[in-house]
Design a protein around this ligand. Structure first.
Ligand code: ZN
Length: 301
């Protein structure tokens, strides 16, 4: 998930609601796992919005979700990543009247942003279809909502072999969200990415309108966590070459260094929350992790 607002309180505060009022706040090590709920990448905003209804929806997902690739797997996946895998993309433009009607040219520009970001990282993308649906309820869908389910059930195309990308207007400051590869069977309609329509190139969501929300969400779709996952302790984002980071970074705070471990915060990484103009790369470790996640959970992609 990616949000445009930085005014949200600490995750641990919101989690007190999520784990049902009667439970103790979860220790830090479990906080990250709470981000897998209903099979989706979510964040503190979702908890705040759903604090009365979140009990019973917590799904930690398969335990192997946080497993690291073995060295043997890593070397194999590095070979695989050297040849970019072409991914078919089905675009679903959801509008509310004339609002959200992104153009074919914007979609083409967005595809180019994705291809530039993922070149040499194991994946390239090609558009296979664009459909358009005027439905104000689906347009306002939020993570885990009935309207999200209805839209995806109706519109998803061949999820095992196709990346389904929905553009909509979810509100709540949300720029987009994605479903992790291990959350559902690869053929499940829930798989895919939802983007705020105005985050596409040429949209109005400055400074998030250069198309890197899609880059970020597709990263989740391919198995990446946020660079600030887990904060300064533990396995973080399960990638060795992204320095630990205490919290999401916004703007483009050069020199930010929030953890005592070696390395400045990875504010230029696509999996942080910085401005589109600030983020510019995935690491080798992230490339390996994406190849591992897709080989393991999305072998048909
Ligand atoms: Zn995210």
């Amino acid at each position: 998930m990616k949000k445009m607002w930085s005014s949200v309180v600490a995750v641990t505060t919101a989690l007190t609601f999520t784990a049902c009022q009667s439970e103790e706040p979860k220790p830090a090590a479990e906080v990250a796992d709470f981000q897998v709920i209903g099979g989706q990448v979510i964040d503190e905003a979702f908890f705040a919005e759903n604090k009365t209804g979140a009990c019973g929806t917590v799904d930690f997902g398969p335990s192997e979700a946080r497993r690291e690739p073995t060295p043997e797997e890593a070397s194999k996946f590095q070979v695989r990543a050297a040849a970019d895998n072409m991914v078919n993309v089905a675009w679903h433009v959801i509008t509310s009247g004339t609002t959200g009607n992104v153009t074919d040219a914007q979609i083409a520009a967005q595809l180019q942003v994705l291809n530039d970001a993922y070149a040499g990282k194991g994946f390239q993308f090609q558009t296979v279809s664009i459909d358009r649906t005027n439905n104000s309820k689906w347009f306002g869908m939020t993570p885990g909502s009935r309207n999200e389910t209805l839209a995806k059930q109706t519109l998803a195309k061949s999820p095992a072999t196709t990346l389904n990308i929905y553009t909509a207007g979810p509100g709540q400051g949300l720029l987009g969200w994605a479903v992790f590869p291990w959350s559902y069977a690869e053929s499940h309609y829930q798989n895919g990415v939802v983007l705020l329509h105005s985050s596409l190139p040429g949209g109005s969501a400055a400074p998030y309108n250069l198309g890197d929300t899609a880059t970020h969400e597709v990263g989740h779709y391919l198995g990446l966590y946020h660079t600030f996952q887990g904060g300064c302790t533990g396995s973080g984002d399960s990638v060795d070459d992204t320095p630990a980071e205490a919290s999401a970074a916004y703007g483009c705070p050069a020199g930010r260094d929030t953890c005592s471990a070696t390395g400045q915060d990875p504010i230029y990484n696509f999996m942080d929350y910085t401005d589109d103009a600030c983020m510019n790369h995935f690491t080798a470790g992230q490339t390996t992790r994406m190849a591992w996640a897709v080989s393991t959970y999305k072998p048909s992609l």
